[in-house]
Design a protein around this ligand. Structure first.
Ligand SMILES: Nc1ncnc2c1ncn2[C@@H]1O[C@H](COP(=O)(O)OP(=O)(O)OP(=O)(O)O)[C@@H](O)[C@H]1O
Length: 714
C-alpha cells in the first residue's frame, strides 16, 4: 500500500464516542509536530481520583457489556449452522484440556522439587515417584501435540462454516441498501467497520477470542492453585514469587510500545512535497495511468520531480506511523528503564544471600529459585497479556454488535404499502407520471438541482426532457424511479403518491437506463440478464435482448462470446509459463504487468464506449413484460448516427403504447416525435409542449433547435 494518509484512514476506524473532534480546539486538543506530520490528540479530562488507564479500562468493560447480547445472538446463530455445535464443543473441550496441561506440568515439577528436597534432607530417592514424574512429563508433551493437532483439524471446518454463513448475511445487509443510504459517509464507515476478510470472519474471530479468554482463565486459575500449593512448602518461596512478579510488572510498565496514539486523535501533513511524492508514486505504480504516462512522455519529469521532493524532505519523507514511532522512541529513555535490569537480578541476589546463610540447602534453593521465578514470570506475563487484551477483546466483541447493526441500517427511501399496479394488464397502456412543485437537493449538498418543477406525462406518451448540462434532466429520472425522494413537493404515478407504492412493484413496472450506467464485473450474459432477474436463466431472452440492443454482432465476434467477462474479478494465476503459451484456460495470457494497462483497465476486453453502451441497452431490453414506463437517459450518447437512428426506430416499435421518457441534449429525431417536450435550464422547466408548439413559441428550445439545424445547413 502506498504510504501515508490512505493507510491511516483505512486502519483507524472512528470510535463509538459521540460528539465531534475539532483539531483547532486548543482547550480540548493537544498538537504535536512530528517531522512533516501534525498530530492532534484529544486531551483526556483529568480526574484525580481515577487514573486514566483505569478509566479507559472501565469504559472498555462498559462497552463490552453492551456487546454481550449481540455475542449471545451470534452464538445462537452459530448453533443453527449445520454440525457447528458439535465441532465447537469439541474445539472448546480440546482448548480446555490444553489449558490445564501447564498446571499438570507444574504440579509434577513441584513433585520433582520434593524429590530433590527429600534427597538432600534424608539422602534417599523415591524411584517410583521419580519414574512417575518422568512418565507424566512425557505424556503431557505427547498429549499437547495430539490435542494441538485435533484443534487444527477442527479449526478449518468451523472457520469455513461460520465464515460462509455470516458472509451471506452481510451480503444481504449490503445489497438491500438504497442509493442515499449507501452514499452516506456514516453508513460507509459502519460497513467498513464490519467488513470481514476473505479468510476469516468477524464471527469466527470472536469465537476464537472468547475461547482464548476462557482457556487463558482456566490456565491461570489452575496454575495459581498449583503454585500456591507449592509455595506453602518452600522456604523463601513467597518472597521469590513476589520478586519475580514485581519485576515483570515493572518491566511491563517501562516497556509500553504503541504504533499509534491510544486515544482519540487525527493526523495530517501539510507537506505538499510529500503529497506529491505519494501521488507520483501512484501514477507510476498504477497500471491505469500507464497509457498517458507513456504517450505524454511524462517519465522523465516524474523522476526528476520525485527525486527533487525526496531530496528536499530527506528522512522526513515517512508515513505517519513511522513518524510517530521515531518521535516516541526518542522520548523513551527514562529512569524506570534503567532500574528494570537491576530488579531482574534481585531474586538471584536473595538466593545468594540465603545460600550463604544455609549452605546445605544450595541444590534445593537453586531448583526452587528456577522453578518459582520461571513459573511466576510466565504466570504474570499471561495475566498482563490478558489485561492488555481487554481493549482488543472489547473491540472484537463490539465488532459483533457493529456487524448486527449493519443488518438493520434503515433505508432513507422508505417502502410504501400499496401494491402497484392493481391491474397488471393496465401497464400495457403505460403509466402516467406527474410532478407537483417538486424541489430536490442531493443529500449533503446545499444547492437545489430541481426548483418547483411541475409537469404531467399522460399514459402512453413519449416525453423528451431536453436542456443544457447539469440542468437536472437525469435527476428527474432518478426521482421517477425513486432512487431519491423529493426535498419538497410530490410525485404521482397513475394519480397515486409515489411514496405510498410498494418499491419492489414500482421498480418492476419501470425500466431505466441511466446515463452513468455501470458494467458489472460479470460475464456479458449476466450483465444483460440482470436487466430482468426473474428471467436471468432464459438464454433465448438474453440473446433477443442483445439483438434489440444492437450488441449481438460484436459479442459473437469475441473469443468467449456471451461468456466474456467485461472485467474479470478473479484473475487466473500463473507464473513462469513457457514463452509460447499464449492462451490458457481458453483465454489469452496477459502478464500481470500489462493487465489493465492502457485502455484495458475499465473494460479488459477493450470494448469501445459504443459497444459498452449497447450492452447496457440490451440490459434494458431484457425487461419488456410487466413494464409500463421506460426511461432512457442519453441512450445514444456513445452511438454513431446509424446506430442511433436504428435504436430509436427499434424503441418506437417496441414501445407499443407504453410511456417512455427520454433525457437528451440532442434535438432532432426524438423531439419531433415527442408528445411532450420539457425544456429545462438551471433546475427549472422553462418551456413545455410539442416540437411544433415550442418552435412556434420561439423561446429557448426554438433557439437551440435552430442552432443545431444550422450546423447541418450548407
Ligand atoms: N449524486 C449527486 N450529488 C450531488 N450533486 C449531484 C449528484 N448528481 C448530480 N448532481 C448535480 O445535480 C445537478 C443536475 O444534475 P443532472 O445529472 O440531473 O443534470 P443533467 O441535466 O442530466 O446533466 P447532463 O446533461 O450533463 O447529463 C448538477 O449540477 C450535478 O452536479
Amino acid at each position: 500500500m502506498p504510504p501515508g494518509k490512505r493507510g491511516f484512514r483505512r486502519r483507524q476506524p472512528v470510535t463509538s464516542k459521540d460528539g465531534t473532534f475539532d483539531p483547532d480546539d486548543v482547550a480540548k486538543v493537544k498538537h504535536t509536530r512530528m517531522g512533516i506530520w501534525d498530530l492532534y490528540e484529544e486531551i483526556e479530562p483529568k480526574l484525580k481520583l481515577v487514573p486514566r488507564s483505569m478509566r479507559l479500562r472501565l469504559e472498555t468493560y462498559h462497552e463490552m457489556k453492551g456487546s454481550f447480547p449481540y455475542v449471545l445472538r451470534m452464538f445462537k446463530e452459530i448453533g443453527s449452522i449445520k454440525a457447528c455445535w458439535w465441532l465447537l464443543s469439541g474445539y472448546l473441550i480440546v482448548a480446555l484440556v490444553l489449558a490445564l496441561i501447564p498446571a499438570v506440568e507444574l504440579w509434577y515439577s513441584g513433585l520433582l522439587l520434593k524429590i530433590v528436597q527429600n534427597a538432600v534432607e534424608h539422602r534417599t530417592v523415591d524411584r517410583d515417584l521419580l519414574f512417575q514424574v518422568a512418565l507424566s512429563r512425557l505424556i503431557c508433551s505427547a498429549a499437547t501435540r495430539l490435542l494441538q493437532h485435533a484443534q487444527s483439524q477442527l479449526y478449518r471446518p468451523l472457520n469455513q462454516r461460520i465464515r460462509q454463513h455470516f458472509t451471506v448475511q452481510s451480503f444481504h445487509a449490503r445489497a438491500r441498501l438504497d442509493v442515499p443510504t449507501y452514499a452516506d459517509a456514516a453508513v460507509q464507515r459502519q460497513l467498513e467497520n464490519s467488513t470481514s476478510s476473505s479468510r476469516s470472519s468477524i464471527a469466527w474471530n470472536n469465537v476464537l477470542t472468547i475461547l482464548h479468554l476462557i482457556s487463558t482463565g482456566v490456565e491461570l486459575v489452575s496454575q495459581v492453585s498449583v503454585l500456591l500449593a507449592m509455595l506453602r512448602d518452600q522456604r523463601d518461596g513467597p518472597l521469590l514469587a513476589i520478586l519475580s512478579f514485581g519485576h515483570t510488572l515493572f518491566r511491563k510498565k517501562t516497556n509500553v510500545r504503541t504504533w499509534a496514539p491510544t486515544g482519540v486523535f487525527a493526523a495530517t501533513t501539510k507537506s505538499t512535497d510529500y503529497q506529491k511524492m505519494v501521488g507520483m508514486s501512484r501514477v507510476v505504480n498504477d497500471p491505469q495511468h500507464r497509457q498517458e504516462l507513456v504517450a505524454g512522455g511524462m517519465a522523465e519529469y516524474l523522476v526528476s520531480s520525485y527525486r527533487a521532493a525526496a531530496e528536499k524532505l530527506g528522512n522526513q519523507a515517512t508515513d505517519f506511523y513511522e513518524a510517530f514511532q521515531t518521535h516516541t522512541v526518542t522520548n523513551r529513555l527514562s529512569l524506570t528503564g534503567f532500574l528494570s535490569d537491576p530488579l531482574r537480578e534481585l531474586p538471584q541476589i536473595v538466593f545468594t544471600l540465603r545460600a550463604v546463610q544455609y549452605p546445605s540447602d544450595i541444590p534445593l534453593s537453586l531448583a526452587s529459585l528456577n522453578l518459582i521465578t520461571h513459573t511466576t514470570s510466565q504466570f504474570s506475563r499471561t495475566l498482563f497479556d490478558l489485561f492488555d487484551q481487554t481493549g482488543s477483546v472489547a473491540e472484537n466483541l463490539a465488532s459483533v454488535r457493529k456487524m448486527y447493526e449493519t443488518y438493520t441500517i434503515p433505508n432513507v427511501v422508505a417502502d410504501g404499502v400499496k401494491p402497484f399496479p392493481e391491474d397488471q394488464q393496465s401497464l400495457n397502456l403505460g403509466v402516467a407520471v406527474e410532478f407537483r412543485n417538486v424541489s430536490f437537493r442531493y443529500p449533503g449538498s446545499k444547492q437545489d438541482v430541481l426548483r418547483n418543477v411541475s409537469f404531467k406525462i399522460r399514459q402512453g406518451q413519449l416525453c423528451v426532457i431536453v436542456g443544457a448540462n447539469g440542468s437536472g434532466k437525469s435527476t428527474i429520472l432518478k426521482l421517477i424511479s425513486r432512487l431519491y425522494d423529493p426535498t419538497d413537493g410530490q410525485i404521482f404515478i397513475n394519480d397515486q403518491d409515489i411514496q405510498t407504492l410498494k418499491l419492489a412493484d414500482l421498480r418492476r413496472a419501470t425500466s431505466v437506463l441511466f446515463q452513468d450506467y455501470t458494467h458489472f464485473p460479470l460475464s456479458i450474459r449476466d450483465n444483460i440478464a440482470l436487466g430482468d432477474p426473474n428471467n436471468a436463466q432464459d438464454d433465448d431472452k438474453i440473446r433477443q435482448a442483445a439483438t434489440l440492443g444492437g450488441a449481438t454482432e460484436f459479442i459473437e465476434r469475441l473469443d468467449e462470446g456471451f461468456d466474456t467477462y467485461l472485467d474479470r474479478p478473479v484473475q487466473d494465476i500463473y507464473s513462469s509459463l513457457p514463452q509460447g503459451t499464449t492462451t490458457l484456460f481458453g483465454r489469452s495470457v496477459e502478464y500481470s504487468a500489462v493487465r489493465g494497462a492502457g485502455n484495458m483497465s475499465s473494460h479488459q476486453k477493450g470494448l469501445s464506449g459504443g459497444q459498452m453502451q449497447r450492452i447496457a441497452l440490451s440490459r434494458t431490453f431484457m425487461r419488456d413484460d410487466g413494464v409500463g414506463l421506460l426511461c432512457f437517459d442519453e441512450p445514444s450518447a456513445s452511438l454513431d448516427p446509424t446506430a442511433e437512428h436504428d435504436l430509436f426506430e427499434r424503441l418506437r416499435l417496441l414501445r407499443g403504447s407504453k410511456t417512455m421518457v427520454f433525457s437528451s441534449h440532442r434535438f432532432g429525431n426524438l423531439t419531433r416525435h415527442a408528445d411532450l417536450i420539457l425544456y429545462m435550464n438551471d433546475a427549472v422547466i422553462l418551456e413545455e409542449g410539442t416540437h411544433d408548439e415550442l418552435i412556434k413559441q420561439g423561446g429557448g428550445y426554438a433557439k437551440i433547435w435552430m442552432l443545431q439545424a444550422q450546423a447541418f445547413l450548407p
